[in-house]
Design a protein around this ligand. Structure first.
Ligand code: C2E
Ligand code: MG
Ligand code: MG
Length: 942
């Protein structure tokens, strides 16, 4: 049913220029509760009974213009809309009337609740009973029958009610409605008069269980708008037309109503424009809209939705809705703003409606734009920053794509290669710059990264070609680059040009391992080679001979002819001996006139004999120098591996014993070592038993050797050195038992005892304020072979209560290099615990400094063998200088051990060595003596 069916032509409208009085007169005459003011047939305002009552109470004159007191805007609705829409509007907006207009917007009539009720009466079945209509709101407001008209009007306004019940004592005696008040106004009754005079009496009452349709019949019959009901609780209720209306419209029961309101309240809060739309075929009109929509788009209920949009847009939205069942967040520009438009179909009260949401995202777009700009700016800045980083980086930065094509190289990279960027970018790195022999190897590594087998290569050295044709050695650190989707797209590498470093390293190594005079391996290198040869013998199951050669009475030449001549003789001897050995053999000079020849892979001892005879022959001939010829002789002692000793040290020691025998037997002789020559084995068995007992009895004590700052002389630490306090032998030095302890694992409990003792002593000294440095504790390679070494060490330290930062562990270079991977990991773990690490006896092993760099090391301890010769030996000086300079470059501290003389400390200071340790400052001291030393030191300082 459409609203047009309900149009009645009442005389409820007046021209907008009428006076208040005219309006009141018309209301009274026609018995209506409103007047619609019309201008050119269009409703421009409504004046209700209630408005008039308010004005009357305030004593307003009737000559005033009605339009000035009318309410705006009027909710108007076209007459071709369904009746349900009007009902919902009345409920939603809590209004009693709606203005009906024709298709031209001309005023047709005003629909009141009763008009709609009439419709429902006929349409809807009316089986419900009165009590179903009652709720709190229907509780009657009462006024005493003595009250004045003025009081009654005040009460109506205050309580926002249009009906009052007049009570006499507790009995309802009459009813007063707004309509009555209007009459009083019309008649200009004095408001001070008693209300009882003007009330309707008696009151019509219905029962709680009266059928509603019956109640409506009564109202119609009696032409009244209210009925009174006695509640179960003996309270008074008034039933109005609206209550009936609500109840009749089953689709709009209270529950639904509140639900509807709830959702609508939500829409009002949403901050987005929202409309409910009904489709009336040729047009879609707004059935409900929230405040936001109303204000933003200047539209109102019953308008055509298309009004909101630029021409044609709405039709487009409808097409999308029809085709896709909805419009989802389509961006639409309306009056310079951008909205996200959502349109869906829904059903409310069995009625198909559309819901339209318009979300103003202009702000968002603006913000997004701003954000994008600021992001771009940040990225630009970041880019500049990273470019700056790349520009100033002292390492090569190189990015390759997945094919190995150079995508980026920094200035340092160009500098090393001797090219400009354009000459590199776009070139295949491997084919252009990597030295031919290494291309395969480097590519292999690259593809391992690209294939995701490893994301990082922490250290890798390879040689590259510069434009000039030089080779440079670069130590790389390479990482995989992925794009935002996680795809592998290339690598980024930083490369350190370590050519110089390696050159100096090689130089140091050469100096450390070769004799400067003869260029033959020195004792260090000999030891290493011997170890190596022993391993090879084991693999090949062959033998090895070590020949210890000493020139007889060589001292005399030095004394009579001077060192230069002595040196010339040595050089000549060395030269001749080099000629007689095979390529795989080694000849080393291990002292002034002492040489050792190592013959490897001997199948047959006759080969050894042949060499021995050749050596003898060399000395049978005279040795020529520039000015002199010398007739010399040499003595030799020979040991055979594995017969005469299991390790290099033993072999050399036994060769020495054999040499002495040879000398005893008259010089110019050679002698094979024989087991009887040594009581060593026997000693060893005895000693081992003793050592076990010593571990059980805890016979080990710790001596402390102070370490000083070379510049200030301040004590900055101490090295813990173990001593064996043997019950009958007295103090035994570590050299005597540590090698044995290492071979039978006893070093592990010994090392732990030393650590525990030295930590608790240090803790005590720190607590007493005597000491504030670090304690350096030697840790054997055997200890590091234990998987739980880090936990064990840190547990022992923790048990002493000493803070980790006061502990430094010393590990020798050769131990570190024996298993750099595992040891490196352990050092990282120690470092993480705050424990420092120093490399002991540095210079005697074979570590590459650039490789050392990859370990978390704090300090290098330059081996005392180099310090000893510091003054006299140019070679030692050169080595020490180089070590210090390079440690400095790598950010490592240096300490020199074995400083005995002042000139040594002066030189060390000059070379930049920071710390020192040695007899010059103090010998290793027993705990008591160490305390005395610290106390004295304290006193002498102050
Ligand atoms: P190291 O760790 O290189 O210790 C330095 C050695 O040089 C100590 O010998 C010390 O007394 C000695 N020394 C210090 N200043 C001078 C000096 O001015 N001139 C001379 N000629 N020597 C000096 P020590 O105490 O006989 O220890 C020898 C080696 O035994 C140590 O060499 C270390 O490798 C090992 N060691 C000592 N204590 C322990 C320990 O608790 N555990 C382990 N695993 N090894 C230890
Ligand atoms: Mg040490
Ligand atoms: Mg040392």
């Amino acid at each position: 049913m459409l609203l047009s069916d309900l149009v009645t032509h009442k005389k409820d409208f007046l021209s907008s220029d009428v006076s208040l009085f005219d309006a009141i007169e018309r209301m009274g005459k026609e018995g209506i509760s409103h007047i619609v003011l019309i201008e050119n047939n269009v409703a421009v305002g409504v004046l209700t009974l209630r408005d008039i009552i308010g004005l009357y109470r305030n004593g307003i004159e009737g000559e005033k213009k009605a339009i000035d007191y009318a309410t705006y805007p009027t909710i108007s609705i076209h007459d071709d809309r369904p009746v349900e829409m009007a009902v919902e509007l009345m409920i939603d907006y809590e209004i009693r009337r709606l203005v009906l207009i024709d298709e031209n917007g001309k005023y047709l009539c005003t629909l009141t609740q009763s008009d709609v009720l009439t419709y429902y009466e006929s349409e809807v079945h009316t089986a419900q009973e009165v009590f179903q209509c009652l709720n709190r709101r229907n509780c009657a407001i009462t006024v005493d029958h003595d009250a004045s008209v003025y009081d009654a009007i005040s009460l109506m306004q205050h309580k926002n009610r249009d009906v009052l019940i007049v009570l006499n004592q507790t009995l309802p005696v009459g009813i007063v409605t707004e309509q009555d008040v209007l009459e009083l106004a019309y008649r200009q009754v004095d408001s001070r008069e008693s209300i009882a005079r003007y009330m309707h009496s008696p009151i019509i009452t219905v029962e709680l269980n009266e059928k509603i349709h019956h109640a409506i019949e009564i109202m119609k019959e009696r032409d009244i708008h209210h009925l009174m009901v006695w509640g179960r609780d003996k309270e008074l209720y008034l039933l109005s037309e609206k209550d009936m209306l609500l109840n009749y419209s089953t689709a709009l029961e209270m529950k639904l109503e509140s639900k509807l309101r709830d959702s609508k309240a939500t829409y009002n809060l949403l901050g987005l424009a929202f409309c409910e739309i009904i489709d009336i075929g040729e047009d879609q009109i707004i059935k409900w809209l929230n405040a936001e929509a109303m204000m933003t788009f200047q539209i109102k209920i019953d308008d055509s939705v298309s009004k909101m949009f630029p021409a044609g847009v709405w039709n487009g939205l409808m097409v999308t809705l029809r085709m896709h069942g909805g419009v989802d967040k389509e961006k639409i520009e309306i009056a310079d703003r951008v909205y996200e438009v959502t349109l869906i179909e829904a059903e409310v009260n069995n009625q198909a409606i559309m819901k339209l949401f318009l979300n103003d995202i202009s702000e968002l777009i603006y913000l997004g734009e701003e954000l994008r700009k600021s992001l771009e700016h940040t990225i630009e800045l970041e880019k500049e920053k990273s470019k700056l980083y790349l520009d100033v980086a002292s390492v090569i930065c190189l990015a390759l794509n997945q094919e190995g094509i150079v995508e980026l190289i920094n200035p340092k990279g160009c500098e090393v290669l001797g090219v400009n960027q354009e000459e590199v970018i776009g070139k295949n790195w491997f084919d252009t710059f990597v030295v031919y022999e290494q291309v395969g190897q480097v590519k292999e590594l690259f593809y391992e990264i690209m294939n995701g087998e490893r994301e990082l290569v922490e250290y890798f050295e390879n040689r590259i070609w510069t434009k000039k044709g030089d080779e440079r050695i670069i130590a790389w650190h390479s990482a995989l680059i992925k794009d935002s989707e996680g795809k592998n797209i290339g690598t980024f590498s930083s490369g350190d040009d370590i050519t110089r470093l390696q050159e100096s390293e090689r130089e140091i190594e050469r100096m450390a391992h070769y004799d400067m005079l003869t260029n033959l391996p020195n004792r260090l290198l000999l030891n290493a080679r011997l170890k190596h040869s022993i391993e090879r013998c084991n693999r090949e199951n062959t033998k090895l001979a070590a020949i210890y050669i000493d020139i007889d009475n060589f001292k005399d030449i030095n004394e009579s002819y001077g060192y230069t001549v002595g040196d010339a003789v040595i050089m000549e001897v060395a030269f001749k001996m080099e000629e007689i050995i095979r390529r795989e053999d080694t000849i080393a000079r291990i002292g002034g006139d002492e040489f050792i020849i190592v013959l490897e892979s001997l199948q047959d001892l006759r080969e050894c004999d042949r060499i021995l005879k050749e050596v003898v022959r060399i000395f049978e001939e005279s040795i020529h120098t520039k000015d002199n010829d010398f007739l010399l002789s040499a003595s030799m002692g020979i040991t055979i591996y594995p017969d005469d000793g299991e390790d290099a040290q033993t072999l050399l020691k036994n060769a020495d014993i054999a040499l002495r025998r040879a000398k005893e037997a008259g010089r110019s002789n050679y002698c094979y070592f024989a087991q009887e020559m040594s009581v060593q084995l026997f000693e060893r068995v005895l000693m081992e038993r003793e050592l076990r007992r010593a571990v059980d009895e805890k016979e080990f004590v710790v001596y402390y050797q102070p370490q000083v700052d070379l510049l200030s002389g301040r004590v900055i630490g101490a090295e813990a050195l173990v001593r064996w306090k043997h019950p009958s032998l007295g103090i035994v030095r570590p050299d005597m038992f540590i090698p044995l302890a290492e071979s039978n694992q006893l070093i592990i409990p010994i090392g732990e005892q030393v650590l525990a003792q030295s930590c608790s002593t240090t803790k005590r000294l720190i607590d007493e304020g005597l000491f504030s440095g670090r304690i350096s504790v030697n840790v054997s390679g055997k200890q590091f072979e234990r998987p739980d070494v880090v936990e064990t060490l840190s547990r022992i330290i923790d048990e002493s209560g000493l803070e980790h930062k006061y502990v430094e562990l010393e590990i020798t270079e050769s131990v570190l290099m024996s298993n750099p991977k595992v040891l490196g990991q352990k050092l990282i773990e120690l470092k993480a615990l705050g424990i420092e690490v120093a490399i002991d006896d540095f210079g005697t092993g074979y570590s590459s400094l650039s490789y050392l760099k990859t370990f978390p090391i704090d300090k290098l301890k330059i081996d005392q063998s180099f310090i000893r010769g510091l003054e006299s030996d140019e070679q030692d000086r050169a080595i020490v200088k180089a070590i210090i300079a390079m440690a400095d470059a790598l950010g490592l501290k240096t300490i020199a051990e074995g400083i005995e003389e002042v000139p040594q400390s002066v030189l060390l200071k000059e070379y930049g060595c920071q710390q020192g340790q040695g007899y010059l400052y103090a010998r290793p001291l027993s705990e008591d003596k160490f305390v005395d030393f610290l106390k004295y030191n304290e006193v002498s300082k102050s």
